[in-house]
Structure formats: C-alpha cells, structure tokens
Design a protein around this ligand. Structure first.
Ligand code: HAM
Length: 436
C-alpha cells in the first residue's frame, strides 16, 4: 500500500475533497443555490476548457492571470491539421458572457441572471488560501446597467454569508470609472508615480507600463506610503459614473448591507468598469469574494455593447472562514438501519443481503456488515455507523420469520438498547412509520 501512496500524490495546489469534508461543501453549495434562487438567478454551466482567446483579451494581457497563471496548451491537431489553443478556465465571467452571446440570450428579457458553481484553475504560487484548483460560486447579471442590480448582487452575497452564520464580514466598494473618465485618471496616476518609480518594487515598475491601476494593489511594504498618498479615482469620475456610484450606495443601504468605500479596491482583472467590490472577514484580509461591473466585456468578445455585473466567491475561503468562526455544517444523515447477521451459513447471509436490499429499495438508508465478522465486531460497526437501529438476524430469528430490532440510540435509565422481535412483514411499515 505504502509504495503506491509514496509514488503518486495530488499535484501541488490541487486537493482531494474527502467525504468527511463534504458536509461543509454541501452546506455552502446548497445555501448558495437557495439564496441565488431567492434573487431570481438560474444555473448555467459552461465548459471547463475554452479557447484561450476567451480569457486573453477580457481578463487582460497585463494581468497576473493571463501573464503567468493560465494552464494553456495546444490541442491535438484536427483533420485539417489545425490545433486550437485552449485554456483551463481561470475564472467564470468570460465563459458566461461567451455563452450569452453564442446562444443569443440577449434576445430574452434583460437582465439575464445566471449563477454557477465549479472549479477554476490558476497556476499561482502556493500559499495559504491560494490553490491552483479552486472553486467558485458566481453570479452574473447581463444586459442592464441599473445600479440597483449592483446593490442586488452585493445584497445576495451578504445574505449568503449571514445565512451561513458568518459574522464580521466587511464589504469594500469602489468605482473605477469607465472608458470616458478612467484614461484621464490613469494619466494623473502615472504622472504621480513617474518621479517615484525608481524607488518602487520591481513588480510596480512593470505595472507602471502594463497595468497602471494595479499599482494601487501592490502589497509590498516599500510602496504602501506611495499608495496612500496617490490621487484617488473618486476625484476623477465623470458625471455619469459619479451618479451611478451614488445610486449604488443608496440602494445598498436599502439592502441593509454595511459597507465602506475603499478607493484602493481596483481588482486584478482588466474587464471591470464602474462598481468594484470585495468582501473580507474582519480577521484576515483574504478576499472571500470579488466582483464588479464589466460593461465593456461583451464587446471584447466581438459582441454588441452589453452591460454586466457579477461576482465570484471562493468556496475554499468560505469554508475556511466557517471553520475559523466555529460554524459546523448540518450533520450528515445517518443510516436508519444496520443489518447484522449472527452465523456463517449461506442462508443467513442471503437473508441479510435480502433485507438490506429491501430497505434500500423502499428508500431507507441502510447498511450491512460484510466479510462474515464476529457478532461483536458487527455490533461495533453498527454502533459506529450512527444508525438508529440494528436489525439482527440469527438462526432463531430466521427459523421464526422475525428480525430482532435493537434501538442503538436509546439513552437513559431503563431505555438502553432495548431489543424486540418484529415479524419480517411488519418491519418495513414499522421503520417507515412508527419507530422514531
Ligand atoms: P477573482 O477575484 O479573481 O474574480 O476571484 C473570485 C474569488 O475566487 C476570490 O475572491 C477568491 O475568494 C477566490 N479565488 C480566486 N483565486 C483563488 C485561488 N487561487 N485559490 C482560492 N480561492 C481563489 C473572478 O474570478 C471574477 N470572475 C469574479 C467576477 C464575476 N467578477 C464579475 N463577475
């Protein structure tokens, strides 16, 4: 066994989700679906592989994701010898907008409100809270630029966290303007940084040319002061963006979402316009989710101008936060019955298999012991399974057409582990209707 496990391990940054961990996932996914549906969002599933171009221009050439985090490769040649350049999706928005355009969803009443849950791939440096395969719950509302949708999207997220029982969630919002006003701000920002550049970190020297807005996102302590003193985009928004952002804040208050405007939220993907936001826990600043408006994205994919807004929430990060805050998911459902057979005859074992099959066929969660273990070992298994009842079949029970039913969960004086014989044909109705 060891030789096998020593030879193969999951890849760095990729993780197995084992059954013991699944209740957390189920809790988050189920709650996310319920909240998304409350707000009128419908599930969309897009492929995990897309043409590289879907991400390249939308997420942006100068971004960390496109520069060095995408899993991209040439597909095998088709009959004509052509090879498609394809990429494991690093994020969900570009694929959803591609699907919206491809299937003409713009012909439906707008906005079209969609959600997704699934894996995403980024070859990030391994570090706490960052995986190379991670999972997001995301929502996208396409086809309308009403600021009340920006508030709705954030209201939905906030309701997800409160429904999960999370406390101390911080909401940071900002507006990064649009194609009218942002270019002017970028020039002002570059004018500010130009004389400081020789004292900036290596990454910022590259950002200055490739992606100046990301200068404000630098985490290097060497540049912290420069960021604080930098000109703020809020002072350079055009009238339309200013009005939009003011309306978003008004509506957000109506959703009762406490928020702070943080002029340093700029986000790591190029497609954003106007509203951007991140939610973090109060304790650490790792983002539980990020999102914003992307009114120019559809055009980058060759479609008509289409407003859109959405978010992606990291499921691994939400689960880590649940654990940090001591919130346990609902317990897994336990078996209703555990069938044990005391004896080694073929007849006895067949009776046990038949009974187990019958229970399962009737929709009852049932387990049985395998491998002809001793009565003691089987009862130990039955107790460990958390089953409500042990259904015991021995030579006597078989001869009398009964099953001995033992209450494994009975507690208290006089209550412990009562055992009664039940006629075989009475067992199902009893388990389904009468017994607790
Ligand atoms: P993002 O901020 O790159 O945005 O990712 C969204 C969330 O996914 C993050 O806030 C974080 O919780 C989680 N996440 C991202 N990368 C990792 C990682 N390597 N390991 C663990 N968790 C991670 C987007 O992807 C946009 N598509 C969101 C969006 C949707 N904007 C508009 N619509």
């Amino acid at each position: 066994m060891n030789a096998v496990t020593d030879r193969y391990k999951s890849l760095q940054g990729f993780r197995d989700i084992l059954p013991d961990e699944r209740p957390y996932w189920y809790f988050v996914e189920k709650t996310a679906v319920e909240v998304a549906q409350l707000y009128g969002y419908r599930l969309i599933e897009t492929p995990i592989l897309e043409e590289t171009g879907v991400f390249q221009r939308t997420v942006g050439e100068g971004t960390d994701i496109v520069e060095h985090e995408m899993y991209s490769f040439d597909d095998r040649a088709d009959k004509e010898g052509k090879r498609a350049h394809i990429t494991l999706r690093p994020e969900g928005t570009a694929g959803v907008v591609r699907a919206y355009l491809e299937h003409g969803l713009f012909k439906l009443p707008q906005p079209v409100k969609l959600f997704y849950i699934g894996p995403f791939f980024r070859r990030e440096k391994p570090q706490a809270g960052r995986y190379r395969e991670h999972h997001q719950f995301g929502c996208e509302a396409l086809g309308d630029n009403d600021p009340s949708i920006d508030a709705e999207i954030m209201g939905l997220l906030y309701q997800l966290y409160t429904t999960l029982g999370l406390k101390q969630i911080r909401v940071y919002i900002n507006s990064i303007g649009d194609r009218n006003c942002r270019p002017q701000y970028i020039e002002v920002l570059k004018d500010y940084y130009r004389p400081l550049l020789s004292d900036c970190c290596q990454d910022c020297q590259v950002r200055f040319n490739k992606n100046p807005l990301r200068l404000l996102d630098c985490k290097n302590p060497q540049d912290a002061q420069k960021i604080l003193a930098a000109p703020k985009i809020s002072d350079y928004l055009c009238e339309a963006c200013r009005e939009h952002f003011a309306a978003v804040q008004r509506f957000l208050k109506l959703y009762d979402v406490p928020f702070e405007v943080d002029p340093l939220i700029v986000r790591g993907l190029d497609y954003y316009t106007r509203t951007v936001f991140e939610f973090t826990s109060e304790v650490d600043k790792l983002a539980l989710n990020g999102g914003g408006r992307y009114d120019g994205l559809a055009e980058l994919l060759g479609g008509p101008s289409t407003p859109g807004i959405g978010f992606g929430a990291g499921i691994e990060r939400i689960i880590a936060e649940l654990k940090k805050q001591g919130i346990a998911p609902p317990a897994e459902e336990r078996p209703r019955a555990f069938v044990v057979y005391f004896g080694k005859t073929a007849e006895l074992k067949e009776a046990a298999v038949r009974l187990t099959a019958e229970l399962r066929g009737a929709g009852l969660r049932a387990e049985m012991s395998y491998g002809d273990r001793s009565p003691k070992a089987q009862m130990k298994q039955a107790n460990a399974s958390g089953a409500a009842y042990a259904l015991i079949i021995g030579e006597n029970e078989l001869a009398n057409g009964v099953v001995s039913v033992k209450d494994l969960q009975a507690q208290g004086v006089g209550q412990e582990q009562k055992q009664v014989d039940v006629q075989q044909n009475q067992l199902l109705p009893l388990l389904l209707n009468t017994l607790r």
